[in-house]
Ligand binder design. Structure first.
Ligand code: SAH
Length: 226
């Protein structure tokens, strides 16, 4: 039970009722739009997004937009997280690679659906923080690595699905190579200044099919100096 106060649901104790906020997010931002995949909706309804944002931002965690997570990086809008997750057509046995761990939120959503998630973050401070948080939440099917995701994760390849959560100017070739036959990758592609396209890449035998899904804004994909 709680009362609605603008965006913030308060429990009888005056604390923000995160479960109510989360349910509201799923209903009004996801179901009301085009998110219909049950596993995605269930995962989004379960992962405590407020724990993945800085403490003073918690009451905004379930609002309909991206939020700053420090180090100049952002956690994507809930709708975008759900949209990208749904587009991967995951199955419980899928092995997934994420480039751009950030807060670890997207990795947690994936880990609710599949057996194993591998995620790479280039900013050490963020990667270590996400690793610690995910461990404290008992996500033992997520492996976090610090490094440049451009090269993918050869030892763990091939992947059923790859999700890139930083905007790239081009699709990194090693990621296409590490996708399974029949695998799907979703990646924002376009110039660093301006709007990018969320691209769905599908690998079928020797063929690589690319489809633009929608216009998006993402923080840039960066590279480590070799
Ligand atoms: N998926 C994240 C949001 C990520 S924001 C979440 O759910 O919170 C994009 C992240 O990609 C940033 O943390 C950024 O540091 C990281 N990144 C950018 N370029 C990268 C690269 N080459 N390899 C790995 N991570 C990268």
């Amino acid at each position: 039970m709680g009362i609605w106060l603008g965006l913030v649901a308060l429990s009888v104790f005056g604390q923000a009722d995160y479960q109510a906020l989360r349910k509201n997010m799923v209903d009004t931002q996801l179901k009301a739009r085009d998110i219909s995949n049950l596993a995605t909706l269930k995962a989004m309804g379960k992962v405590p997004r407020h724990l993945f944002v800085p403490e003073k931002m918690r009451i905004y965690a379930y609002s309909d937009g991206p939020l700053s997570i420090g180090e100049g990086q952002t956690i994507s809008q809930p709708y975008i997280v759900a949209y990208m997750t749904q587009a991967l057509k995951l199955r419980p046995g899928s092995r997934v690679l994420e480039i751009g761990t950030g807060s670890g939120y997207q990795a947690a959503v994936l880990a609710e659906i599949v057996d194993s998630v591998y995620t790479i973050e280039i900013v050490e401070k963020l990667g270590l923080k996400a690793k610690k948080l995910l461990k404290s939440l008992d996500y033992d099917n997520i492996t976090v690595r610090i490094g440049d995701g451009y090269h993918g994760w050869k030892e763990k390849a091939p992947f059923d699905a790859i999700i890139v959560t930083a905007g790239a100017e081009q699709i990194p070739e090693p990621l296409i190579d590490q996708l399974k036959d029949g695998g799907r990758m979703i990646i924002p592609v376009g110039p660093h200044r301006g709007v990018r396209q969320l691209v769905l890449v599908q690998k079928k035998g020797e063929k690589v099919k690319k489809k633009n899904l929608m216009a998006v804004r993402f923080v840039p994909f960066t590279r480590k100096k070799e």
